[in-house]
Design a protein around this ligand. Structure first.
Ligand code: SF4
Ligand code: SF4
Ligand code: SF4
Ligand code: FES
Length: 928
């Protein structure tokens, strides 16, 4: 059996004055408000308990945790009794033991006693407590009613519910409500008939359950248990690692038997998640050993040839010689590469170094180009650092929370759970999004305001909010005077006060009533700590960078920067998108966002890498595609990205890939992109990687191998081998050495090493001499750039316009159970929840077109068309349709356009003029 994380019985209390008491003759000192149960646990005294766990609030139902307190009558439950100064507590007297034995006997008299063959055997808390109190026999009354014959149910593909083993402790009900915020479970009935039910629904799948697994984690018996544990048995070893899906970056305990994964349990110590996870991180890891994985290198002369399986040396030599041949014929800038935000910092660093040092150019870009590059640009201009300002727990101090263009319940579920908890505690929530996302109507955490703006009007909307703040006198003058650049503020204030930015003026642009905008602005400026969270609904627009800067202006004008509870926080999409940007994946920046044109910085890298480096920025991804079609760019290394599926205007992307002389793809599966490749280098899953990811709060977290690389070597080794074949050996003995090099060359990472992370856990950059413990909150006393810079953010409408032929606006996004292009999640049981992409369409728009719910429709834009199933929904406003891009069969990006952000070329995924018709009807569009 493995060591479980310590459970202190009730949640920690922080901040209160310390209270001293005595427990079993030993002194204890804990913050006021702490339970006696927890105080005892903290000094190593384990009071038997069943209904209490430190992940949820105390309930006081099982009565096992009873204690005796000097001067008090009876035996109070220690989980619901707060400590008091001078208290003298006894936890283990003969009277208590006898009482506990009676309670446990009662539980076991209505519980199966097939412990040896139970899936929880050895990890069952009921079994443990029975041993603790020395129960040896269980009396059962003949003919007494029992639940023991109730059959188990498959609650979801990932866990089962066995009512016979349920002791009705309601831990699951509380976890669902308090940790996850879904309120999907209830205790139905009373007394003996009490049972756990998924609300009014017939089963879990039909209920509000989002399969986060919080209930499974807290269940003390095998009543709720992972099907993988039932199938394989209890794990025998545990490895602390980090989720490889979204930018929350949950810390996970991978529990395995040898090299076989058994289950994933979120870590209580996880700085980003503190014991919670979502359906993806907790359950959707089966793809890592899926039969579709390619584990041998493959090459072919032409993309029409069949693949030839070869050894590593041949594959590397083939790729290197082809890259060299292209450079010899077309010049050294005719090749380049794309790094992956799914990979570790060390792997990304290796790829960008290979491109700069071994390819000898700066033609490196990353998938962040198509998601958060405007964040990098916008926050650097205004604050001086391309990163979010807060840690996640900062939201616990927020009084008003603005969520703009983000759908965290689907995209960042663990953060959404935390945010919702804060709203349940009383914080106000303003959601600015075209769709009525789940966040708007969460149980017991409804948004105060929802501003359903039209796609493409973000800048007008944020300017209008700022206009109200400036013209109604809500500016935090003291903050602005002390912390911001005076000239830029004066110019910006004059610009924003112009009536052209008034909510009433922009109402026709945003589609949101001016009164609602004014209310939201007042709330943000006056309710105390104002925090802004935003997502790809902000960045993936032709004015993405402008909106990021408008948001930064808003936060600076109201003084909502530099302390807990406030800030500007991009919700990063992929697990390591922050890290891939930090590691120098952009064509104009070395690691640490330092300009390639800066001679001093270049000299630093030239000295370290032993060769001269280019001063000119390289090609961005869209420029690479254009150059490929123009014949000047002929060789591409794609690291773990499926650009043929994920990038906009797929036809254009595919044409560019087809034009290449050499495409090298390093990936796990034969992706859509790999179909055009000449070399396939198999990669490693996160369960095999050794390195770090950096999450949306700049937290650098260890990723540790649970199993050895399925294809025989680490991805950074493959990249280093390719670089060596190209004449530039990297010389790293292991992944830790790469991090050491990163720390030597990147000031914000100066204090970070694998050894340090292994010793003391995750750390948020900057971590340097000035901040040796890292930096949870940025810009506390001054901005990274000195004074905060206000930037004028004029609204410029997108060139993508609706027309007679394309009268609707398509906006795209994600769904909880699937991830990005679905390469991983489609290869797991998550398909149960989202088997296909659907098109959300307002019922009136559907009726006009004669479309019924569930019918196949054609979605067409000026770029192309595809077919998918219609889902009628009032979550989208009139004139707007919405879909996801998780399934290649839909190819939603066939219809998206080439429009992109003016500053960064981030594609405008969120605004495409489309028409929708029944699948068999003709769309009468031309080029208009
Ligand atoms: S299912 Fe588990 S956690 Fe829920 S009430 Fe039953 S025993 Fe307790
Ligand atoms: S899996 Fe999560 S959402 Fe579903 S019932 Fe359990 S706690 Fe609630
Ligand atoms: S919230 Fe994100 S990081 Fe956490 S488990 Fe889910 S997908 Fe993984
Ligand atoms: S653990 Fe305290 S009453 Fe159950």
């Amino acid at each position: 059996m493995i060591d479980r994380e310590a459970d202190f019985g009730t949640p920690a209390v922080t901040g209160g004055p310390l209270v001293a008491l005595t427990i079993d003759g030993r002194p204890a000192s804990v913050p006021a408000g702490t339970s006696v149960l927890r105080a005892a646990a903290e000094i190593g005294i384990a009071i038997p308990r069943l209904c209490a766990t430190d992940l949820v609030s105390a309930y006081g139902s099982c009565r096992l945790c009873i204690v005796e307190i000097a001067g008090r009558r009876g035996t109070p439950a220690s989980c619901t009794t707060p400590v008091e100064a001078g208290m003298v507590v006894s936890t283990n007297t003969p009277r208590l033991t006898a009482l506990r034995r009676g309670i446990i006997e009662l539980y076991l008299s209505d519980h199966p006693t097939d412990c040896l063959t139970c899936a929880a055997n050895g990890a069952c808390e009921l079994q443990t407590v029975a041993g603790q109190v020395g129960l040896r026999t269980v009396r059962r009354l003949p003919d007494s009613p029992s639940h023991c014959e109730e059959p188990p149910q498959a609650a979801t593909p990932y866990f089962s519910y066995d009512p016979a083993r349920c002791i009705v402790c309601a831990r699951c009900v509380r976890a669902c409500a308090e940790v996850q915020g879904s309120f999907a479970l209830t205790v139905a009935g009373r007394g003996f008939t009490s049972r756990i039910r998924p609300g009014e629904a017939p089963d879990f799948l039909g209920s509000d359950c989002v399969a986060c697994g919080a209930c499974v984690q807290v269940c003390p018996t095998a009543a709720l248990i992972e099907t993988s544990v039932i199938r394989q048995g209890q794990p025998t070893r545990v490895v602390e690692t980090t989720c490889a899906y979204c930018g929350v970056g949950c810390s996970l305990r991978a529990e395995a038997q040898g090299e076989t994964m058994v289950r994933m349990v979120p870590s209580r110590q996880g700085g980003a998640n503190q014991g919670h996870a979502c359906i993806k991180g907790r359950f959707a890891w089966g793809w890592a050993t899926h039969k579709d994985r390619i584990t041998t290198p493959m090459i072919r002369e032409r993309r029409t040839d069949p693949w030839r399986v070869v050894g590593w040396d041949e594959a590397i030599a083939f790729a290197a010689s082809r890259f060299q041949a292209i450079q010899a014929r077309y010049g050294h800038r005719a090749i380049g590469g794309i790094t992956s935000s799914r990979c570790t910092n060390e792997e990304v660093f290796a790829v960008q170094k290979m491109i700069r040092a071994a390819f000898g150019n700066n033609n490196v870009d990353t998938c962040a180009r198509v998601c958060h590059s405007p964040t990098g640009y916008g926050l650097k201009q205004t604050f001086g650092t391309s990163a979010g300002t807060q840690d996640f727990k900062s939201v616990d101090q927020a009084d008003v929370i603005l969520v703009i263009g983000a759908n965290p319940t689907d995209g960042h579920p663990v953060f959404a759970a935390r945010l919702s908890r804060r709203v349940r505690q009383g914080a106000k929530l303003v959601v600015i999004d075209p769709r009525r996302t789940d966040l708007v109507d969460r149980p017991h955490a409804r948004a105060t305001l929802h501003l359903p703006l039209l796609p493409g009007s973000n800048v007008a909307m944020v300017n209008a909010l700022a206009h109200v703040i400036v013209t109604e006198g809500w500016v935090d003058e003291a903050f602005v005077a002390a912390r911001c650049d005076a000239d830029s503020f004066r110019d910006w204030a004059a610009f924003i006060a112009d009536p052209a930015n008034a909510p009433e003026t922009v109402e026709p642009i945003t589609g949101v009533a001016a009164g609602l905008v004014r209310e939201a602005a007042r709330l943000y400026a006056t309710a105390g700590n104002g925090a802004i969270y935003y997502g790809l609904g902000v960045t993936e627009h032709s004015q993405g960078s402008t909106t990021v800067m408008a948001i930064a202006n808003l936060a600076m004008a109201t003084g909502n920067i530099g302390r807990e509870g406030v800030g500007v926080n991009p919700l990063r999409g992929q697990n390591n998108v922050q890290g891939s940007c930090d590691m120098g994946s952009f064509p104009h920046e070395f690691p640490g966002y330092r300009d390639v044109a800066d001679p001093e910085v270049r000299h630093l890298f030239e000295t370290a890498w032993g060769r001269s480096l280019e001063a000119e920025p390289g090609l961005r991804i869209p420029n690479m595609f254009d150059a490929a079609l123009a014949g000047t760019f002929r060789g591409l290394f794609v690291h773990g990205e499926d650009i043929a599926q994920s990038d906009p205007n797929s036809r254009h992307v595919v044409a560019a890939l087809e034009a290449l002389d050499l495409l090298v793809v390093q990936d796990l599966f034969l992706s859509e992109t790999a179909a055009y490749a000449h070399v396939f280098l198999p990669g490693t899953s996160f369960l095999e990687k050794d390195g770090t990811f950096t999450n949306a709060e700049r937290r650098v977290n260890r990723v540790r191998p649970v199993m050895s690389p399925r294809q025989g070597r680490h991805e950074w080794q493959i990249v280093a081998d390719l670089a060596t074949a190209l004449g530039h050996p990297m010389g790293w003995p292991d992944s830790a050495a790469i991090m050491d090099e990163i720390a030597r060359l990147t000031p914000a990472f100066q204090g970070i090493s694998h050894a340090r992370l292994d010793r003391s856990g995750s750390v948020q950059w900057p971590c340097d001499e000035a901040a040796p413990e890292g930096t949870p909150i940025m810009h506390r006393d001054s901005f990274a750039r000195g004074k905060g810079q206000f930037v004028i953010t004029a609204f410029v409408p997108t060139r993508e316009r609706t027309s007679r032929y394309y009268p609707l606006i398509l906006t795209t996004g994600r769904i909880l159970s699937q991830y990005n292009v679905g390469a991983q999640t489609r290869r797991t049981d998550n398909v149960t929840w989202h088997p296909e992409d659907v098109l959300e369409l307002h019922p009136h728009d559907a009726e006009e077109r004669g479309i019924r719910n569930g019918e196949m429709v054609t979605l067409a834009s000026r770029m192309g068309s595809t077919s998918l199933r219609a889902k009628l929904s009032v979550r989208v406003p009139l004139g707007v349709v919405y879909t996801t891009f998780h399934h290649p069969v839909t190819g939603a990006n066939v219809v998206t356009t080439d429009q992109s952000d003016w500053a960064t070329n981030c594609p405008e995924y969120k605004v495409t003029a489309v028409q929708v018709s029944r699948a068999n009807d003709q769309i009468g569009g031309t080029a208009d």
